[in-house]
Design a protein around this ligand. Structure first.
Ligand SMILES: [Zn+2]
Length: 616
């Protein structure tokens, strides 16, 4: 197993010896820098010609002016005698460039929508150091600034937004270790996807180091008045002081989750695993920033019912962060594997009953997405050339990817599949993977040619829709819900619904099945079960969607409050869609005008598009 030994050697060299100037780590970096990368339609950089190998980021954060002023100093390897290095930038104000300490002229090309502008800097024939002094725009798309007496800042770099706060070679194949020094107002804590402080420093200066090489989409920064609570020996949670104890209780199984994940697919490679609970404006459920997952507070349900999101982000420590999609066309390699892994962690920690209910909801979401998307967008392997990679972040990558892997597992047996996956993560640690490379590996290491053909692998990956050999999810509890929902739609007999004993998954499923209910029907449900007042954000979301579609007025105040507080796109966008589809565009516009200033660009742009189309 020579291949394996080599990969492990690279990994341990990176983890143990990445101090700047260390000879061994320089060799490792050079090795990484010389790996040939696929061309990426979403980056100007040409890393096969000249590539960054390390970064020191020295930044000062102005919470009032909503800007960051910084110097990004990169080690650069000139791979093939190129005369320039190219960085991705978007809306950055580049002030000065130095190469090996000397001021150098630079050119900033024309900006393209969502791709931004190339920053070209002349370099010598050998390795050099390139320092870029710059300031971000107050409108930087990655950054969300929350004002008030307790200001907060957080970044969301995936997919190609890192370039709005850091000039970088913004392609998932380019991985580098980094260090940073960040100055923030005294009284606030700064955190990054790196080794993090636990306590505030009196002068507001923090230093960071991330020894393992990471791609730019995993660069992350958060600044706010947050406190730390330890959960286990290598796990903890950061949250605003009011929420810190609540969050620590909600995530008390974190250490057990890390242990379960390691049991499945090998050692956790990143040292600590901490969570940061962000303001509700965070546009996603979670973001797998290494060592510090960013999470929405909407998973704080009070009863651990929504912790599968944490299992998902933790799973990314292997799928995505360790073995990374080569370009955004291979996004399913990050997300499909992660959903599969998430379900396995949930099964190990909470039992098969729970994970099967989650799988059934995944299938439900996937079926809805398949009806909505054009065929080409339902391939696992995408072609996003000329499009925003955000267009590929759909249930296809996540849930079609999951069902593909589950189908293979069911065919070859769990033991064989687990051995295969563990080797896959170990042998490709800190490397990129594209779809074709994965399929080659699958044929070489798991499936015979006959099996590959019989499982219709190419059809799953390169053809639209869901092949009819997709695995069936079995959940007796969900079957019971389906049965009761059918009966309820005929009789409207609330006494038959065991709402108080149902899990969130059962409640969510029930609400998904009664979309034909009238406002009067919803009123009786609400009277029996007080659903408008639920504290589970998933159940609330589904209920508000139903209420809007049925014009059930008593839930409208809660809907407006929810939309003005929560910026998670998965909830926000369908609720505005429901308003548009039920002839309530004016209400959508009124609420949106109030809520939009609090949304991150990722969410705001999606809603902008929806409402602009609705007006036409
Ligand atoms: Zn994910």
């Amino acid at each position: 197993m020579k291949h394996l030994a080599l990969a492990l050697a690279v990994l341990s060299a990176c983890m143990q010896a990445c101090a700047p100037g260390n000879e061994r780590s320089e060799r490792t970096r050079l090795m990484i820098a010389q790996t040939k990368l696929a061309s990426d339609p979403h980056s100007w950089s040409r890393p096969n010609e000249a590539r960054v190998t390390r970064l020191h980021w020295d930044a000062s954060v102005d919470m009032k002016a909503h800007t960051i002023r910084a110097v990004a100093t990169y080690g650069v390897v000139n791979v093939n005698g190129a005369n320039e290095i190219v960085f991705d930038t978007r809306d950055l104000n580049i002030e000065e460039v130095r190469v090996n300490g000397e001021i150098q002229p630079f050119t900033l090309g024309d900006a393209r929508p969502f791709i931004g502008a190339p920053l070209r800097i002349a370099i010598p024939a050998d390795s050099c150091e390139v320092a870029v002094r710059y300031a971000t725009s107050p409108d930087a798309a990655a950054l969300l600034w929350v004002d008030g007496d307790k200001p907060f800042l957080f970044s969301q770099s995936q997919a190609i937004l890192a370039r709005t706060w850091l000039p970088c070679q913004d392609s998932p194949g380019v991985r580098i270790p980094y260090t940073a020094r960040v100055q923030v107002p005294a009284g606030l804590l700064a955190l990054m996807s790196a080794e993090n402080p636990r306590d505030k420093s009196p002068d507001g200066v923090y230093t960071f180091r991330m020894d393992q090489p990471v791609p730019s989409y995993l660069m992350a920064l958060a600044v706010g008045d947050v406190a730390f609570r330890e959960i286990g020996p290598r796990t903890g949670v950061y949250a605003v002081p009011d929420l810190a104890d609540v969050a620590a209780a909600e995530f008390s199984d974190l250490e057990a989750m890390v242990a379960a994940a390691e049991q499945l697919y090998g050692p956790y490679a990143w040292g600590r695993y901490d969570l940061l609970v962000l303001p509700a404006a965070f546009p996603f459920g979670g973001m797998e920033n290494p060592r510090l997952t960013f999470a929405t507070p909407t998973i704080l349900a009070g009863d651990k019912s929504l912790v599968s999101l944490v299992a998902h982000e933790l799973a990314h420590s292997w799928s995505g962060n360790l073995v990374t999609n080569s370009t955004w066309n291979d996004f399913w390699l990050n997300e499909g594997f992660t959903v599969y892994f998430e379900m396995r962690i949930m099964e190990a920690v909470y039992g098969k009953d729970q994970s099967e209910m989650l799988a059934l909801l995944a299938r439900q979401d996937l079926d809805a997405t398949l009806l909505e998307l054009p065929g080409d967008d339902t391939h696992l392997k995408l072609d996003l050339n000329g499009r925003d990679p955000d267009d590929g972040m759909t249930d296809i990558a996540y849930n079609k990817g999951y069902f593909f892997l589950r189908m293979v597992e069911e065919k070859v047996g769990r033991q064989r599949f687990d051995t295969f996956l563990k080797a896959y993560f170990t042998e490709h640690a800190f490397q990129v993977m594209d779809t074709e490379q994965f399929l080659t590996y699958l044929r070489a290491r798991l499936l015979t040619e006959a099996e590959y053909t019989a499982l219709r692998v190419d059809e799953w990956v390169y053809a639209p829709g869901l092949p009819d050999n997709a695995p069936l999810v079995g959940s007796q509890r969900m079957q019971r819900v389906d049965f009761l929902a059918t009966g309820w739609l005929q009789q409207h007999n609330n006494t038959e619904i065991p709402w108080s004993t149902w899990s969130y998954q059962e409640r969510y499923r029930f609400l998904s099945l009664i979309s034909s209910a009238s406002a009067a029907d919803l009123a009786t449900l609400d009277k029996s079960f007080a659903i408008t007042a639920t504290t589970n954000s998933e159940v609330l979301f589904k209920w508000l969607e139903l209420s809007i579609l049925a014009h059930y007025g008593p839930a409208y105040a809660r809907a407006e409050e929810f939309l003005c507080e929560v910026g998670r796109r998965k909830f926000v966008l369908p609720l505005y869609e429901a308003m548009v589809n039920s002839g309530q565009l004016e209400m959508a516009k009124r609420i949106y005008s109030r809520a939009r200033p609090g949304y991150h660009a990722v969410t705001a742009l999606s809603v902008d598009e929806l409402l602009t189309e609705a007006e036409q």
